[in-house]
Design a protein around this ligand. Sequence first.
Ligand code: ZN
Length: 487
Amino acid sequence: MSWFAQIFGKQKKSPQQIPPLFLTNTLSGKKELFVSQKPGIALLYTCGPTMYGPVHIGNLRSYVFSDTLARTLSAAGYRVRRVINITDFGHLISDGDDGEDKMTKGLRREHMEITMDNMRALAEKYTTGFIDDLAALNIDTGEIAFPRASDYIHEQIAFIATLEQKGYAYRTKNGVYYDTSRFSGYGQLGGVNTSTQITGTRAIQNIEKRHPIDFVLWKPDAKLGWQSPWGLGFPGWHIECSAMSRSLLGQEIDIHTGGEDLAPVHHNNEIAQSEAASGRTFVHYWMHNAFLTMNGEKASKSVGNVMSLADITTSGYHPLALRYFFLQAHYRTPLSFSQEALAGAASALDRLWRLSREIAQESKRASAPSEARARFLAAMRDDLASPQAIGVLWESLKSEEYSPKEKWGLFEDADAHLGLSLLHPPKKALLTDGDIPAAIRELLERRETAREAGDFAEADRIREAIAKGGYRVDDRADGPVLTPTTL
Ligand SMILES: [Zn+2]
């Protein structure tokens, strides 16, 4: 069933049967009991990427987080209606409304002429890749609406016109701006730093701008864009989320998610636009995930340390190894990516898949309730405490205390919430299993024999040989792990 049919379809559980769920709301900074606006239905909006290039794994963390949230809501009994917007035309590169827009930059990089058609074509190419990445991470893309910003130009123009009519917008030679001083309570999500926006070149960019934190709603363009009451041009970036969220989910939505970097400017601006237009609460629960760093450094294209999902899979890792790696940390905890950490996640997930095959046979895929299942659910319903939930899973699987049926029940819950294909592990094994060349596997076996015999000089020599073959050996308590060094 599509997300649209789903929302109007029959509810899964009566709202009274839905168990309590707690979520950290950035608005209050506190963990709050989740209460949806419409009983049994959860409206969830996630800010999507600008499609000027492949998304990197730092972006993907944000979507695995919102998917885990959607799964947890759905497993509790909510119908979840999900939207991830796709930015497919130029918007200004920085929050400060200056710089070259990303789509133009993308077209230049690919030596394409800067036209509206090419912009759309470039965006569609990367959107396909993005949606494929989500699907590879077990995100059910058929249940998500992916509105393209360029398909909602009329709605965005109407939105800006409403803001202008209500006195929240003013015209300058360089476009229509939102007057933040008119919106009391601007910056509810915190983190607004007006002082840095006052200094530097940004304030001088448009001398007609009334306040440094005012932001553009409509940007004129000499050649490209759409016709509007303010001439040819483009909507500002922030307005697309306000307009598409209202069109697809209504004026008040339950949960809006995104990376924590979006909260101070983009999300505060969305609140200012939407609430000024509707006079109602725009979003009841704001949720933000923390950054992913690369070996401790912020991922950045200029540093050259960004990595795509394709980089991971071409090295032989299953995409779900990345999902497992993300889930090992709480979504609000900054996470550092490294080859060792990914290899560790891949090996742990591989062990889970092996255990699942064994337990499927022993239990004949019949499940039974247990106290471990209750603890697993309690962890997930407590602000998506996935590290604790994974801890319960491991501890219970290792324990003799639980019957195969009880363990299978735990796998069912874990699969519903975590999305790791635990009930139907992929046939193709992980890197730790199949993709490693036979010669490397043989070397690894010889090294293990040498180590057991205490011949560490020989073991080190073989380690060197393995390294020349493109793999690094990490000795762990549960055995050696191979990592491709080409990654
Ligand atoms: Zn957004």
